[in-house]
Design a protein around this ligand. Structure first.
Ligand code: CMC
Length: 394
């Protein structure tokens, strides 16, 4: 009832107060709990950043050891769940599998479904989820290549364990490469939170109905899948491959992106909040150069990406609209260099974003007086009219 303000796509609506992430889109600033993203990438680890996001402070050595032990301890998946994976066709998109599996976890942990968990129960749910989602993601990949599932090893850290589960197979030894492990750790940190983006708002929206955390995260994964959100990282590589096949005709793709009668957009470009360079893209671009150099990889797609970026950044259309490369523009090239297949890119984004989603869900649950999210609308349909029986309709 009463006055409703229309704000399509929430361009200017603050949906909550939050103490987790600060963004200044004009200055290109991104901070988690007050710490600058570049400093965290340089000095911290994804596990530590996960703790920081979820609990609000960097952990003491004792807190950190306990947190890592718990995450490692909870990595087993109920044996029955393995049959779920085999029921999917081999070509199933791993994002479909991941969201279904995360929701299915709720079936196996009914004790964690309380809508008002105690702090201990909440911590248990959080560590379980952090641990199991990376296992489910690696299993989804193993299913797609028809290989046996591999579990974590206690002596490896979170990120190394993910690589181990992805690339170990019964006939080949796999040693985790430290250069790759470090690069993936940085990528996960970069993706860990981004305040009220589409998937995080979805997690909050679903969680506000007091649906359980597994259900809320599963919904967040679905929101992330879309090509305007996390799905863009897969589409960037597909676009760059098309440009390569097309003889690096950048102008053709730039013109297509500018054409208002063509739905095509330059993938990995533009952002709702950043109207200056996306600081995450800057860090990834630097790491991308370094990683390819250290691994001795010469990926022609990197040159194409740089060529396209230069062509776009000198075009008045992109200048006027302040469209810069975003986090998804260079991340796919890094994943390729690590041997991660294109259809797993958005899953990688989900793994990185998981602590951010959890932190927002926890912040919302703990905020006194949080009400169910319920936007309003402005009705533009028909006024009242009388029902016409079907035999009199023409
Ligand atoms: N290519 C061509 N034109 C674009 C692009 C693009 N990538 N992005 C925005 N524009 C134009 C848009 O057509 C509009 O032009 P006009 O004012 O003439 O109508 C203007 O720029 C403003 O765009 P918008 O659609 O109002 O901006 P938005 O804030 O609603 O959308 C966006 C943001 C990220 C969805 C959009 O820039 C986009 O579609 N980018 C491509 C997909 C992409 O890279 N997504 C990843 C986003 S970053 C990671 C994440 O959040 O998951």
């Amino acid at each position: 009832t009463g006055y409703v303000t229309l704000d399509p796509s929430y361009g200017n609506t603050g949906s909550c107060k939050s103490a987790i992430t600060y963004i200044d889109g004009d200055q290109g600033i991104l901070r988690y709990r007050g710490y600058d993203i570049a400093e965290l990438c340089e000095k911290s680890t994804f596990m530590e950043v996960s703790y920081l996001l979820v609990y609000g402070e960097l952990p003491t050595p004792e807190q950190f050891t306990r947190f890592k032990d718990k995450v490692q301890h909870h990595s087993l998946i109920h044996e029955d769940m393995k049959s779920f994976f085999t029921a999917y066709p081999g070509h199933a998109h791993p994002m479909a599998i991941l969201s279904a599996m995360v929701c299915s976890l709720s079936v196996y942990h009914p004790e964690l479904l309380k809508s008002d968990p105690t702090p201990k129960e909440m911590s248990q749910t959080i560590t379980r989820l952090l641990s199991k989602v990376r296992v489910l993601a690696a299993f989804a990949y193993k299913r797609s290549v028809g290989e046996a599932f591999v579990y974590t090893k206690p002596k490896l850290d979170y990120v190394a364990n993910f690589l181990h589960m992805m690339f170990t197979n019964p006939v080949e030894d796999y040693e985790v490469d430290e250069v790759i492990r470090k690069a993936l750790d940085v990528l996960f940190i970069i993706h860990a939170d981004h305040e009220q983006n589409c998937s995080t708002s979805t997690v909050r929206m679903v969680g506000s109905s007091k649906a359980n955390l597994f259900a809320a995260i599963s919904a967040g994964i679905c929101a992330l899948w879309g090509p305007l959100h996390g799905g863009a990282n897969q589409m960037v590589i597909e676009m760059l491959e098309d440009i390569a096949k097309d003889g690096c005709n950048y102008k053709k793709y730039i013109d297509k992106a500018k054409d208002k009668n063509d739905p095509f957009r330059l993938m990995g470009f533009g952002h709702r909040v950043y109207k200056n360079y996306d600081p995450r893209a800057q860090i990834i671009k630097k790491h991308c150069d370094e990683l390819l150099d250290q691994l001795g990889i010469n990926d022609p797609i990197l040159e194409i990406a740089k060529g396209l970026e230069e062509a776009a950044l000198t075009d008045p259309y992109f200048i006027e609209r302040k469209l810069y490369p975003n986090v998804d523009f260079y991340s796919g090239i890094v994943y390729r260099a690590m041997g991660i297949p294109t259809n797993m890119f958005t899953v990688m984004f989900a793994l990185g974003r998981l602590p951010g989603w959890i932190a927002h869900w926890k912040e919302m649950i703990e905020e006194p007086g949080t009400r169910i999210a319920r936007p309003r609308q402005i009705y533009v349909g028909s006024p009242q009219r009388a029902y016409v029986p079907i035999n009199r309709r023409r």
